[in-house]
Design a protein around this ligand. Structure first.
Ligand SMILES: [Zn+2]
Length: 203
């Protein structure tokens, strides 16, 4: 979302947060919902139909073959498939999650419960983690300046409780390429394996 500089005003202008149909168009344009569907029963190309039974979305894929008439959700194959939340709520949730705001804000803006919010935030984090680990992201390059910083996210306790289980200290490093503004916030081992030789590092 950062690349297209999307914000709430633009989402509102596009009607994404008001109109579920426009929300579906938006999600399809960004590859988050499929634009076509093959019938899982007979292999025919399915047609999109207004479908009252699809209470949340109002649309469904229907197989045109008379002997089949299979109906599937427009969410089939997407990561919204298992959710019953309104797609507008899900866009709101994802948008505020990308802003790194606290979960109370996400809950209020998306009108969702704490349990749903925690589950989705964990789910989105997991998707990003898997994507990051599956691609050899590279920051820096010859002549590029990479600013880095570190943070201790788990500190060994110095309390008086002798029974307390010792916590392994965990350092996290982040880096941003000042030319490309491409940043990585990840464990140092990933950063070390993906930074490009020839970069200048600031710390
Ligand atoms: Zn079919």
């Amino acid at each position: 979302m950062a690349g297209s500089q999307i914000n709430v005003r633009k989402l509102a202008e596009l009607g994404v947060l008001q109109d579920v149909g426009k929300c579906i168009v938006y999600l399809r344009a960004h590859g988050l919902l499929s634009r076509q569907q093959t019938c899982p029963k007979c292999g025919s190309v399915m047609e999109e139909k207004v479908w009252a039974s699809a209470k949340v979305d109002g649309l469904a894929w229907r197989c045109p073959a008379r002997a089949c008439r299979k109906i599937v959700s427009i969410r089939k194959g997407s990561f919204f498939e298992k959710s019953h939340l309104d797609l507008r709520q899900l866009v709101t949730l994802m948008y505020f999650w990308t802003l790194d705001v606290c979960q109370d804000v996400i809950m209020a803006e998306a009108s969702i419960s704490k349990t749903v919010c925690v589950d989705w935030c964990n789910f989105l984090r997991e998707i990003c983690t898997q994507d990051l680990l599956s691609r050899p992201n590279v920051i820096g390059g010859v002549g590029h300046i990479v600013a880095i910083d570190e943070s201790l996210v788990a500190r060994r306790k110095r309390g008086s409780n002798a029974q307390a289980r010792p916590i392994r200290e965990q350092w996290v490093f982040g880096g941003v390429d000042l030319q490309t503004k491409y940043d990585l916030k990840l464990l140092h081992i990933i950063w070390l394996t993906n930074s490009c030789t020839g970069s200048v590092f600031w710390n």
